[in-house]
Design a protein. Structure first.
Length: 348
C-alpha cells in the first residue's frame, strides 16, 4: 500500500529447503566450521554491548591475510548485504545493470528495488558471454556483475578473459566480481582479483565466510575495493551491521587454514565422484570450480529430477532448466548418484 511500485512486482527470496532430508541445496560446508569457532563462543557474555561497528579486529585480520589495506574492506551481514550496499550506493532510477543469466538472483533483486533496469545476457555453453555483455553497455550502465565461479552453474571466467573484459569496460562503470566460492577453486587460470583491484579503480570484489568457512548462520561477508569507493559504501552501511559473535567467529575461522584445506580437498574428491559418474553415464553437466555441480536438462525436467532426489532423502536446488547439487560428504554424494542412476531417462 505504501511501498514504491517496483516492490509490488518482486518476490521474496526463497532459500533452499531445509527440511525433508539431508540438505544439499544451499552450498553450505557439510563439515561445519572449525573447532576454533566453537571455542571462540565459549564464555562470551557481553550481550548488552553494541558490536564494534567498524569490525576493527576482523578487518585487521582479513587485511593482513589478503595483503590489502584496512581501508579497502567493508563488512556486511553476508555477501547479500554487500550486494545491497553496492546497489543502494550506485544505482538510481533509469540506470541499468548487466549480468549473466542465470546467475545469483540478488543482483537483479536489489537493482530493481533501486529502480534500475536489468540486462540479462544468457550464458554461452554455461559460461559468461563476455562479448555480449560488452555489447550491452550503454550510457546508462552503472554496474556489471560477474559471479566467479558462477552460481548456479559453477563455471568460471578465466584470468585472461576477465583481464581483457575489464580493459574494455569504460572506467565509469563498476565491475563487481562476486567470489563467494573462491576458496574452493582449483583452476590454474583463475583470476587473481586482488591484483585487478590494484590496477582498476572500478573493480570491487565480494567474498564471504558463509561457504568454505562454514559460518552461514552468522551472516558475515565483505567487499574489497579501492579506498575511496569503500569509504562511500561505509557511509551507507547500517551501524553495527555485523554482530560481535559473527566477528569473533570469522576471526577464529580465518585462523584455521588447516580446516579450510581439508574442506577444499574433500570438495575436490566429491566433485570427482559426480564427474566420474556423469562421464561414464554420458550425462551432460557443467564442470564446476565451486562446491556444487549443475546438471542442465531439457524439456523443463529440472523440478521433476529434484523431486526424485528429494524422495531419496536429499534436498537439492531445482530449476526448470536444471538441478544444482551441493557437494556433500562421500556417503551422501554416493546416495544422490545412486538416485540419479535410477533416473537416467530424465537426465539424457
Amino acid at each position: 500500500m505504501f511501498v514504491k511500485p517496483q516492490m509490488r512486482n518482486l518476490q521474496m527470496y526463497v532459500p533452499g529447503k531445509s527440511k525433508g532430508g539431508i540438505k544439499l541445496s544451499s552450498n553450505e560446508n557439510p563439515f561445519g566450521a572449525s573447532s576454533r569457532v566453537h571455542e571462540a563462543m565459549l564464555g562470551f557474555s557481553s550481550f548488552e554491548r553494541y558490536p564494534d561497528g567498524s569490525a576493527t579486529v576482523l578487518k585487521e585480520k582479513v587485511a593482513a591475510f589478503l595483503n590489502v589495506g584496512t581501508d579497502q574492506l567493508v563488512f556486511g551481514a553476508g555477501g547479500d548485504e554487500v550486494i545491497q550496499m553496492i546497489s543502494r550506493s550506485v544505482l538510481s532510477p533509469g540506470d541499468n545493470v548487466i549480468q549473466a543469466f542465470p546467475t545469483f538472483p540478488q543482483y537483479e533483486h536489489h537493482a530493481l528495488i533501486e529502480g534500475a533496469d536489468i540486462k540479462n545476457i544468457p550464458l554461452k555453453d554455461g559460461f559468461h558471454d563476455l562479448d555480449a555483455m560488452l555489447g550491452a553497455i550503454d550510457g546508462k550502465t552503472k554496474i556489471i556483475w560477474v559471479c566467479n565461479p558462477n552460481n548456479p552453474t559453477g563455471t568460471y571466467v578465466s584470468k585472461t578473459a576477465l583481464r581483457e573484459f575489464i580493459g574494455n569496460v569504460p572506467k565509469n562503470i563498476l565491475i563487481a566480481i562476486d567470489e563467494a566460492y573462491v576458496e574452493y577453486v582449483d583452476e590454474p587460470d583463475f583470476p587473481n582479483s586482488l591484483e585487478l583491484i590494484k590496477k582498476h579503480e572500478n573493480v570491487v570484489v565480494l567474498r564471504t565466510f558463509s561457504k568454505i568457512y562454514g559460518l552461514a548462520s552468522f551472516r558475515i561477508g565483505y567487499g574489497i575495493g579501492n579506498p575511496e569507493f569503500i569509504r562511500d559504501l561505509n557511509v551507507g552501511r547500517l551501524p553495527f551491521n555485523t554482530g560481535t559473535l559473527a566477528q569473533l567467529a570469522a576471526v577464529a575461522a580465518l585462523s584455521d587454514q588447516d580446516f579450510v584445506k581439508k574442506s577444499f580437498r574433500a570438495n575436490l574428491e566429491g566433485l570427482k565422484q559426480y564427474s566420474d559418474f556423469f562421464e561414464e553415464s554420458q550425462i551432460p553437466y557443467y564442470r564446476s570450480a565451486a562446491n556444487f555441480i549443475f546438471i542442465p536438462v531439457a524439456n523443463a525436467l529440472g523440478m521433476q529430477i529434484g523431486e526424485k532426489i528429494n524422495e531419496a532423502g536429499y534436498i537439492v536446488r531445482s530449476f526448470t532448466h536444471g538441478v544444482r547439487i551441493t557437494i556433500g560428504k562421500y556417503v551422501d554424494n554416493e546416495a544422490v548418484i545412486s538416485c540419479l542412476s535410477e533416473n537416467l531417462d530424465l537426465l539424457r
